[in-house]
Design a protein around this ligand. Structure first.
Ligand code: NAI
Ligand code: MG
Length: 498
């Protein structure tokens, strides 16, 4: 044998030729997070035992393992929290020099940045979202919101010139489980900047980042009672809504509960903002850069497992490019990695709760039953935990439930259109109106579409982009009121006409 031949013969066992290029596991260490066995309610600047005596277990949805025992606040606990907030409002906070208020908000923002890794790991553990998202989106944006509103605290007369802005009073804030820390920031930052005090209730499945946030408040030396965090399910939320000494309710969650709150508050004089569901159209024209559009479609619906109120859950594709877009989309979907939220390579994490998984499963079944064509890429799911494979439906009629109802999961429905008019008509054909996406090379078309789409946010050649300076909120059954930007201050100020 020649030297070369010997060399070749030896090669296979020396250096095996790679046949598969898999990602090695890249788990983020979780020991940075110290979770207590049980938590009380954060009222008047300290943790107190719930008077109700009731508790429930919060879990890690990716492993179905218990994480901690959480207090279920009852009527008397809600009352105690509201009294603490009223006290803090009347005896200091509302009269504090605005530049002093700003300092606390800046401190909170800095502390969130300093402890960002801890918050990211905890958020992924308790909620199931990929660490990449909590690390790169949720936590930095939460800090950015505090920075942004810290800047407004001593400039309110410039935000509302000649209107003498005053704080409203005690704000009751109820938030959902899809962006627990970020929704907390959206609610608390503008309220405090304008001089209000707060009682906030996180969602029952994801209380842990809000409870860790109490430690940030302690570090920031925020005066006791300015922010109170009470845990519990919908019953606690309902008690907070009906408490007579709450001046304003801010709610993010289901349309069903939003409507119930609105009925409950009618005639009470309490202020209300609602940020509810959505069924957004993501519209792709035939002149769009298709590979970018496919990335935007994927980000629009599979980001955060589709637990996103502004998710691009209805894809409207111009007929002439339909086949190409669907083929590219399916190819891209096959590369999505579904699994451990704490793995830095994970694209799609765990479904937040068993209840939500059941809802998604039922709606997907309805799509199959009504005659849509389902595609799910081959995908190996972990044995324990709540999971759903990224799904796309083609052959969807506008009347199908999957085209009408908010699924709040990684499920996309594809529809087609021929003309811009038809795209508008189909996009607006929903009781919701939170967001929309437009993909086209033509600037004039972007502007024309944005003007006619009945949606609070319209993204052009991008999707799911957020910035604290830009207002967010809905039309129709997606709710009313805006969060973010100067608009986000409005619900928290009383304006006198000069
Ligand atoms: P939900 O509206 O019941 O829960 C959201 C928050 O409201 C939680 O903190 C909950 O404890 C509280 N709540 C529940 N009932 C209440 C009541 N009667 N009074 C006051 N507060 C109450 O939403 P759920 O059941 O978790 O999810 C159901 C569907 O709602 C989802 O599948 C999704 O379609 C939609 N949703 C939309 C969200 C959004 O960001 N717009 C967020 C969460 C859910
Ligand atoms: Mg509910």
């Amino acid at each position: 044998m020649t030297k070369e031949k010997r060399e070749i013969a030896r090669r296979p066992d020396k250096a095996p030729i790679a046949t598969a290029w898999d990602y090695a596991p890249a788990p983020e260490a979780r020991d940075i997070v110290k979770i207590q066995e049980r938590y009380g309610l954060f009222i008047g600047g300290k943790f107190v035992e719930p008077g109700s005596g009731e508790r429930y277990t919060t879990i890690d949805p990716a492993r179905e393992e218990p994480l901690s025992e959480i207090a279920q606040a009852g009527k008397a606990d809600v009352d105690r929290a509201v009294r603490a907030a009223r006290d803090a409002f009347a005896n200091g906070w509302s009269g504090l020099r605005p530049s002093e208020r700003a300092k606390y908000l800046f401190r909170i923002a800095r502390l969130l940045q300093e402890r960002s890794r801890e918050f990211a790991v905890l958020e992924s553990l308790n909620g199931g979202k990929p660490i990449r998202e909590s690390r790169d989106v949720d936590v930095p944006l939460a800090a950015a919101h505090f920075f942004y509103y810290a800047g407004w605290a001593d400039k309110l007369e410039y935000a509302f010139p000649n209107r003498k802005p005053r704080p409203v009073g005690v704000a009751g804030q109820i938030i959902p489980w899809n962006f627990p820390l970020l929704m907390l920031a959206w609610k608390i930052a503008p309220a405090l900047a304008a001089g209000n005090t707060v009682v906030l209730k996180p969602a029952e499945t994801t209380p842990l980042s809000a409870l860790l946030f109490c430690d940030v408040l302690r570090q920031a030396e925020l005066p006791p009672g300015v922010v109170n965090i009470i845990t519990g399910d919908g019953r606690t939320g309902a008690e907070l809504v009906s408490h007579p000494d709450v001046d304003k309710i801010a709610f993010t969650g289901s349309t069903e509960v939003g409507k119930a709150i609105q009925r409950n508050l009618a005639g009470t004089g309490k202020r209300l903002t609602l940020e509810l569901g959505g069924k957004a159209a993501n519209i792709v024209f035939d002149d769009a850069p298709l590979d970018q559009a496919v990335e935007g479609i994927v980000n629009g619906i599979y980001f955060n497992q589709g637990h996103v109120c502004c998710a691009g859950s209805r894809l409207l594709v111009q007929e002439s490019i339909y086949e190409t877009v669907v083929a590219k989309l399916k190819r891209r979907m096959a590369t999505l990695r579904v699994g451990d939220p704490l793995d830095k390579n994970t694209d799609v994490g765990a479904i937040n709760s068993k209840q939500q998984l059941e809802k998604i499963t039922a709606l997907v079944q309805s799509g199959v039953d009504e005659g849509a064509e389902i595609y799910q890429p081959p995908c190996k799911l972990p044995e324990r935990g709540y999971w759903f494979v990224p799904t796309v439906f083609t052959n969807v009629a506008q009347s199908y439930r999957i085209a009408q109802e908010e699924i709040f999961g990684p499920v996309l429905s594809v529809l087609t259109f021929r003309t811009p008019d038809e795209a508008i008509e189909k996009a607006n054909n929903t009781p919701y109106g939170l967001s929309a996406g437009v993909w086209t090379e033509k600037g004039s078309r972007i502007l024309a579409m944005a003007q006619r789409l009945r949606a609070g946010v319209v993204w052009a050649n991008t999707y799911n982009r957020f910035d604290p300076a830009s207002p967010f909120g809905g039309y129709k059954e997606s709710g009313f009121g805006r969060e973010g930007g100067r608009h986000g201050l409005e619900p928290y100020v009383v304006l006198d006409d000069a």
